[in-house]
Structure formats: structure tokens, C-alpha cells
Design a protein around this ligand. Structure first.
Ligand SMILES: NC(=O)c1ccc[n+]([C@@H]2O[C@H](COP(=O)([O-])OP(=O)(O)OC[C@H]3O[C@@H](n4cnc5c(N)ncnc54)[C@H](O)[C@@H]3O)[C@@H](O)[C@H]2O)c1
Length: 253
């Protein structure tokens, strides 16, 4: 793969101040895209030329303002990356109702608002690609019920949206990272090490690797890929719990 796949294209990335979103925004810009990097505040560091926009993904009015800004400045939108997300280290009984709602509001409702705000402009731009950020924990249960449930919901939303938007030439895909070296994961080193332990490839996924998958799904090379769930987890989901059993008992040949 070479060349600039996004020359002339306009891209909006949420949660772009750090971690995966920052890497994705820089990756698109490096391949020629005009990037609108959105986060809660617009005072974060971003590569020169990137346009920073304040956007709380839970706020439909803020989405309308952000997309209005894209329409006014760039006149089109080709790619939406619903990357913003929050986590909460609690389950069903440990979470308050407000905590449950807050996680669902960012991780699931945020993508819903984003699609509703962006798709009309993407339609008039001739189609495009939406990439949502799920998690390997949207493939099975996890002790973080609000987080896991919000991402299972996002998977469902993405599949329905893929069907609904296909006639507009808009593809919808969801990536499912395992353990990614980003502030969300590295801020708790004990948990980080415990999640890393069963990862078959023996290392976390880098933000650069996530970025390469997102750019591929956004590009014309993925023109027939829509409605998909794309694991990028070092084999974590494939391993299930039995990999830990085999490791613990030393059952490998
Ligand atoms: N780090 C991991 O191991 C991992 C694994 C699987 C999935 N994910 C998912 O990947 C995505 C990116 O996470 P990351 O690892 O880069 O995390 P991060 O915490 O480093 O970055 C998340 C960004 O989202 C922004 N954000 C939070 N709430 C927002 C809101 N309401 N509106 C706009 N922006 C908001 C934050 O300000 C931050 O810049 C998230 O959806 C996360 O759930 C992360």
C-alpha cells in the first residue's frame, strides 16, 4: 500500500485529543485528508494544518455545530470515525444509574448522534465510510457491564446503519481492539498487565496498528466491506478462557 489514499477527502475523528483518535487523525492527514479533529475541548495539541473542533459527542446540538463547521469550511464529508469512548471499572450492582447512563451516552448514543448529524453531508458528498470503535469486550462478557453493554449496542447500531446507509454509498464498520497502548489502558498498570497476560501474541496493540486498520476500512480498498466487525486484539477473543488454562497448566507441546 502506498500513496496518499485520502487526497481531496474530508475526515471527522472524535476523541482526537489523545490515544487512538489522535493517531488516526494524524494518519488521515499524512495521507492527504483534510481532518477535523474533535474532542471535548479544542485546546489539545494537533499536527499543523489539522482543524480542531470542540465536540462533546453526547450533545446533538454540538454535533450540528461541528458538522456545520465542516460544511462551511470544507463543503463535504467523506469519513466519520466514532472513536470517543469512556470506560468504568464497575458492574451492574456497582454502577449508579448516572454512571450507567454516562457510559451509554458517550459510547453508544455518541455514535448515534454522529451518524444522524454526518450522514446528510456524506450523502451529498457522494457516499463515504463510517468507522466505529468497539472493543474485544463486545464479543463476550466482562466485569465492566456498562462498558461492555455499550459496545455490544454499538455493534448492533453499526450493523443496522450499514443496511440503512448502503443505498447512499456509505459503508459502516466497527473495529474491536483488545488491549491498546493508550492512556485509557495504561493508567492502571495492574489491570493492564492482567489483560495482557492471556493475549496470544504477547503484547498490546499499538495505536499505529489501530490506525492502519481504520485507514484501510475508510479507503476505497475496502469498497465492498460494510457491516463488519473487525477484531484487532492479538488473538484475545480467539483464545477465550481456555488459553489461560493451557498456559497455566503448561499444556502446550
Ligand atoms: N485502550 C484500550 O485498550 C481500548 C481497547 C478497546 C477499545 N478501546 C476504545 O477505543 C476508543 C479510543 O480509546 P483510547 O484508548 O484512545 O482512550 P483515551 O482515553 O486515551 O482517549 C479517549 C478520548 O475520547 C475523548 N472523549 C471522552 N469523552 C468524550 C466525549 N463525550 N466527547 C468527545 N470526546 C470524548 C477523551 O477526551 C479522549 O481524548 C474508545 O472508544 C475506547 O472505548 C480502547
Amino acid at each position: 500500500m502506498s500513496g496518499r489514499r485520502f487526497d481531496g477527502r474530508v475526515v471527522l475523528v472524535t476523541g482526537a485529543a489523545q490515544g487512538q483518535g489522535a493517531s488516526e487523525a494524524a494518519g488521515f492527514a499524512a495521507e492527504g485528508a483534510r481532518v477535523f479533529a474533535c474532542d471535548l475541548k479544542d485546546d489539545f495539541e494537533a499536527p499543523a494544518g489539522m482543524e480542531r473542533v470542540a465536540l462533546d459527542v453526547t450533545d446533538p446540538a454540538a454535533w450540528e455545530r461541528a458538522v456545520g463547521c465542516v460544511r462551511e469550511r470544507a463543503g463535504r464529508l467523506d469519513v466519520l470515525v466514532n472513536n470517543a469512548g469512556i470506560s468504568l471499572g464497575k458492574g451492574v450492582l456497582g454502577s449508579t444509574l448516572d454512571e450507567w447512563k454516562a457510559v451509554i451516552d458517550v459510547n453508544l448514543n455518541g455514535a448515534f448522534h454522529g451518524m444522524r448529524a454526518c450522514v446528510p453531508l456524506m450523502k451529498t458528498s457522494g457516499g463515504g465510510s463510517i468507522i466505529n470503535t468497539g472493543t474485544a469486550m463486545s464479543m463476550h462478557g466482562f466485569y465492566r457491564a456498562p462498558y461492555s453493554a455499550s459496545k455490544w449496542g454499538l455493534r448492533g447500531l453499526a450493523k443496522c446503519a450499514a443496511l440503512e446507509f448502503a443505498r447512499f454509498g456509505i459503508r459502516v464498520n466497527t473495529i474491536h481492539p483488545g488491549l491498546v497502548e493508550s492512556p485509557m489502558a495504561t493508567r492502571d498498570s495492574t489491570l493492564y498487565d492482567a489483560i495482557l497476560e492471556p493475549v496470544p501474541i504477547g503484547r498490546p496493540t499499538s495505536v499505529a496498528e489501530i490506525t492502519r486498520l481504520v485507514l484501510f476500512l475508510a479507503s476505497d480498498d475496502a469498497a465492498s466491506i460494510t457491516g463488519g466487525d473487525h477484531l484487532i486484539d492479538g488473538g484475545l477473543v480467539a483464545a477465550g478462557s481456555m488459553n489461560a488454562v493451557a498456559n497455566k497448566l503448561g499444556l502446550w507441546d
